[in-house]
Design a protein around this ligand. Structure first.
Ligand code: PSV
Ligand code: MN
Length: 428
């Protein structure tokens, strides 16, 4: 566990410089006459982005995996890591489980364990992209040729049953949503019929949807390719929207930032889905080429900012209550360091969007003044909002400089002593 007193001690060396930086940004925002620095800090204090249980160990590629020490050996230890992360960032108050990578035998006990550490359960994720004895009848069935779209009705039923199982588990954990990402698709032209596959998935999702309690949501997550390399059933936001509409009123679309063909205008996608009230949430990460799972905001920070601008407009000046999650694979970094950096990047983009001069932007749009519109957005994007992000953390008892504090606390070394150097976390 990370000791709050130690964090406060380590904050000591940053307190006076942060106060000066806050003074500067407060004056800057006062001059613009829009939102105050205090209001931004307040909004940031309420913001939380969920950590993925499947990415607390070292990720890998199909060419290899280079584990670091102290990887969590159980769901409890993953919760410990998220609690440690949250002690530093004060912005990761929940964990998202991926079943059966995490398949707790005592969900009530696990809920209590998490609550003791002030961690809640965010959206549940079902895994029907691998054969797991618990989901494929002890090996009698296989998801090799798909799950909800499979040609064999028994396999389709097993996939539906697994999703229902994940919902039931989530209810006991206190979660309120299920995210369905499917690997279903076609590797070779002619292998299966596009329309038949789509209809089977739509039918399966509707049945899963009808198993949801009233206060639950289901999210359809699209991805253009991989593991199916010719045609994926839920390949883009249009298909995702059609599937959500077919599933029912509690269904909406989840946008994973890495799941778009190169140069897709993701903020545009976000705007369309929000307009139709079918935007469910996000898997934050960044990408240069495909589903790279890189640190959020590390490649295209301006895009991340524009996405938050869409969200704030959709929420009438506030961030809408969607599912905000990180979904990354940390191949060479310490996963906790990468999560600290991603959380910071997401908070920065949110803060930048909060300080946009929306009146000037709207007026310049009405006058077709493209130069002023661009100037207005870039002025927010180029403002150094980091002091407000750090101040929000400080006020919540987190670290002013989380990465530095994490290293100063030697948390990874302590984990390695405790859990050993060869432990392997389930997940990516
Ligand atoms: C698929 O690439 C994905 O983005 C989905 O969200 C999965 O649940 C996650 O990665 C982990 O494999
Ligand atoms: Mn994802």
């Amino acid at each position: 566990m990370i000791d709050f007193e130690r964090v406060a001690d380590l904050n000591g060396s940053f307190v006076s410089s942060l106060a000066r930086d806050m003074e500067h940004v407060t004056l800057q925002l006062d001059r613009s006459g829009q939102v105050s620095a205090d209001d931004v800090v307040d909004a940031l204090s309420r913001f939380s982005v969920a950590a993925p249980s499947w990415a607390l160990g070292t990720g890998g590629t199909r060419f290899g995996r280079f584990p670091i020490g102290g990887e969590p050996r159980s769901t409890e230890e993953k919760i410990d890591d998220v609690a440690a992360l949250n002690a530093l960032t004060a912005s990761n108050r929940s964990i998202s489980l991926h079943v059966p990578w995490d398949d707790p035998t005592d969900p009530d006990g696990l809920r209590e364990y998490a609550a003791d550490r002030k961690i809640e359960f965010d959206a549940m994720n079902s895994n029907t992209f691998q054969d797991n004895p618990s989901t494929t009848g002890g090996g009698a069935l296989t998801f090799k040729f798909g799950s909800l779209a499979n040609s064999d009705p028994a396999v389709r039923n097993a996939a539906i049953d697994h999703n229902k199982y994940v919902i039931d588990l989530g209810i006991r954990l206190g979660s309120h949503a299920l995210t369905v990402w499917l690997a279903d698709g076609i590797n070779h032209p002619g292998q299966a019929n596009h329309r038949t596959q789509f209809e089977r998935v739509a039918e399966g999702l509707a049945e899963i949807h009808d198993h949801l309690p009233d206060d639950w949501r289901i999210y359809t997550e699209h991805k253009p390719f991989e593991p199916a390399f010719y045609a994926t059933v839920n390949n883009d936001w249009g298909s995702s929207l059609l599937l959500a509409q077919a599933a029912g009123p509690k269904a909406s679309c989840l946008v994973d930032l890495g799941h778009h063909l190169p140069n897709t205008n993701i903020e545009h996608v976000v705007s369309r889905l929000a307009m139709l009230d079918r935007l469910g949430g996000f898997h934050f990460n960044d990408s240069k080429y495909g589903d790279d799972d890189l640190t959020a905001g590390s490649i295209q920070p301006f895009q991340l900012f524009l996405i938050f601008c869409e969200l704030i407009q959709a929420g009438g000046g506030r961030l809408p209550p969607l599912a905000y999650l990180i979904d990354q694979s940390h191949n060479i970094k310490d996963p906790l360091e990468d999560l600290i950096q991603s959380t910071e990047a997401v908070s920065i983009a949110y803060a930048q969007a909060l300080i946009v001069d929306w009146d000037t932007l709207r007026e310049s749009q009405d006058r077709d003044d493209a130069a002023l519109a661009q100037e207005t957005l870039q002025s927010a994007f180029r403002t150094d909002v980091r002091p407000m992000v750090a101040e929000a953390r400080r006020r919540a008892g987190g670290a002013i400089a989380p990465l530095w504090t994490y290293r100063a606390l030697a948390y990874r070394a302590a984990l390695t002593d405790d859990r050993g150097s060869t432990s392997t976390a389930t997940g990516l």
